[in-house]
Write a protein that binds this ligand. Sequence first.
Ligand code: ATP
Ligand code: MG
Length: 591
Amino acid sequence: MKLRLRGETKLSQMTMYKKYIKRYRMPFSASILVLGFEAFCDLLQPTLLALLIDRGVAMGKLDVVVHYGFLMIVVTAIGAVAALTRNVISARVSYAASHELRRDLFDQIVKMSPTQRLEFDQGTLMNRLTNDVTQMQNFVTGLMRVFLKAPFLGIGSMIMVFRLSPEFAVVFFVLLPIMAVLMTLNLKYGFPLYIKVQESVDALNERLREFFSGIRVVRAFNRFGFETEKFEHVNAESAKRMGRAMRVLSIFGPSMSLVIQLSVVYVLFKSRLWVTEGQIGLGMLLAFIQYMLQFLFAMMIITRVFNLLVRAKGSAMRVSEILALVTDEEPTQVFETEKKTFKTIQWQDVSFGYLQGQMILKEVNFTIKAGKKYGVIGGTGSGKSTLLQLLMGFYSPTVGSFKIDGEAVSLNALKKFRCSFGYVAQDSFLFSGTIEDNLKFGNPDATTAEMVEASEIAQIYDYIEESSLGFQTAIGRGGITVSGGQKQRLAIARALLMKPQLLILDDSTSALDSLTEYNFRKALMERRPLITTLFVSQRVSSIMDAECIVVLSEGRISAVGRHEALLYGSSIYSELYDIQLGKGVSYDESL
Ligand code: ATP
Ligand code: MG
């Protein structure tokens, strides 16, 4: 898994986030303002304490002690209210912004073309949508909660120390350059390490995803040990990278602390005579130590948010790679678009390859006329599913085009016809939910009567009726709780419920017994006589009653015609027929 760092992504990175920055500018500024208040209150405390001690306690004046004590309570209260306010604002902003960012990312992933989706595996997409956005969210929260307070506090405490005694302030001339160096080193070494960590998390996700989708195979082959080993491999790699990154990131904080503590010791050492000689009060020295601690605190916050920044920067880059993709899909809800109808759909010299230089379909010329029944047959790997995927507009032809009603159509125009194409893929997928949820996927407004009709045609109604919950019967993830044949029939019913003009089945009756398949075709012809059908199969019996059969061989149309004609006209077809059905098998002419 390589990090895709393209030049244009880097350039457009900031513009990608402009929208979010703009939207949350106001609450962001408000929280900064509140932070300012808070920092100011923090800065006042040591001085008030110094005054309380030097002018009150040291002089034995109780009223002065009460006076400054009261002031300190008031300042603390104001600080607490400010802290509460900015916590509320910052939580709101960061959650709202990350919610929005996730939504936009998901939108973008939905719109990715199948080709673009091949570029990013599912593990990395999942990781970017979850973990990377969380990292960015953490940074924004950190920024609003404490980070800006740190410079306020840092600079403020420096000024206060200057005011107390310029002699003390000399330490900053040594402190500041050391810290600048430490921060630069941190960013320089931490950032690439962190990118590596995220990549290993991607790999971990992808591994898990593959394991879960292939768990049945793993079980069947008893390969749990092997899988555990594979998982352990990516897991260990991830831990190793994480450890390396953490080591680098954790050097920074303690070094900073050490440097600051040393400077406090230095000042104490230097000032021991001043106190005994009465040049400065004990309170003032106390205030100095407090300011130095505040300064340390400020630096610690900076370190922490800096580490967050290192992560957020990497994450922002990964997220913007997805946001920057130019997607050509225009997802239209099937049921929201007006139903498009066609009279003819024509494949014109269509050639297509998934990869460059390797054509899967070659010069396909073929016309589908509304109302007719078509069959496509061909050996495994001959390009049947590919043919259907092109028709559905999943890919655009490498050469050639589609013509609908005589006019050439673009890929996007072809996609608009999806609402009248009822497509059942070879490996049809059911979502977790009830049978009803699944059937209504393409037509949420369907009535129960319509659902009954569609499932009756698909020969699945008996099963649904027998289940105690009927249409409310739950289906497990990916259709795990139904049999292969039940799944295929549910998928057919789902397509039929869309009331399609063209029903496209990709080997979708392969798991049905012959009688059930026969009943399905019969019911379809009786109850949807006007429907156009395009049935793909490897079985002659599934398509031999079609009005027009296309014989596909190695991506080329080798013959077209009715069953009887092909028996004599196509050697491929007659061979398939002989092998599968033997000579002299008759079929029902009425279908
Ligand atoms: P089957 O009867 O087994 O379903 P098919 O006729 O439907 O076969 P296709 O799925 O269209 O065959 O595949 C045709 C060829 O295209 C195969 O050689 C296959 O390896 C290749 N192919 C299919 N899908 C892809 C893909 N996403 N990327 C690259 N090659 C692919
Ligand atoms: Mg196929």
